[in-house]
Design a protein around this ligand. Structure first.
Ligand SMILES: CC(C)(COP(=O)(O)OP(=O)(O)OC[C@H]1O[C@@H](n2cnc3c(N)ncnc32)[C@H](O)[C@@H]1OP(=O)(O)O)[C@@H](O)C(=O)NCCC(=O)NCCS
Length: 121
């Protein structure tokens, strides 16, 4: 079978995430992030920036999956992004979906975070 490749991208306002964290804190965190992701972001000097980066990465991954025939919906809490020892983001899980490869890259500045993802099925 020939492999198919899908890409996704997203940009997230750090201010918007900071507001969600301020107003909903645990409810927002638990709805969109795993325990590992929460530990990672909360351990940083400015958690909002890292939550925004992971949020953008999840939306980018979601776009990859929605572009493919794998699913028509995907909750952000089904996606987990951990950090490897050198700091690179690694997708550890997307529900029970099977795929050949899924890579993501995150970047953030004080105002915005962006991410791009590539899925190979
Ligand atoms: C990795 C690197 C390119 C990040 O660039 P940056 O401009 O500082 O930061 P950006 O906002 O663009 O990107 C940050 C994101 O890069 C990703 N990242 C970090 N290390 C990475 C790596 N080795 N490979 C790929 N992606 C990496 C992470 O997802 C990080 O966000 P997160 O911590 O919220 O997950 C840069 O730190 C670098 O060159 N590191 C090399 C090692 C180094 O010099 N370390 C110095 C530590 S004192």
């Amino acid at each position: 079978m020939t492999a198919s490749t899908f890409i996704g991208t997203d940009i997230v306002s750090v201010k918007r995430i900071a507001l969600l964290l301020k107003e909903h804190d645990d409810r927002f965190k638990v709805k969109s992030f795993s325990i590992n992701e929460i530990e990672y972001c909360d351990g940083k000097a400015n958690p909002s920036i890292h939550y925004a980066g992971r949020f953008a990465a999840k939306e980018a991954i979601k776009k990859c999956f929605l572009s493919s025939d794998l699913t028509e919906k995907l909750g952000l809490n089904k996606i987990e992004i951990i950090s490897s020892e050198n700091g690179a983001p690694v997708v550890s899980a997307v529900g029970d979906y099977e795929y050949a490869d899924l890579i993501v890259s995150i970047s953030h500045e004080s105002d915005y975070a962006i991410a791009v993802a590539m899925l190979v099925v």
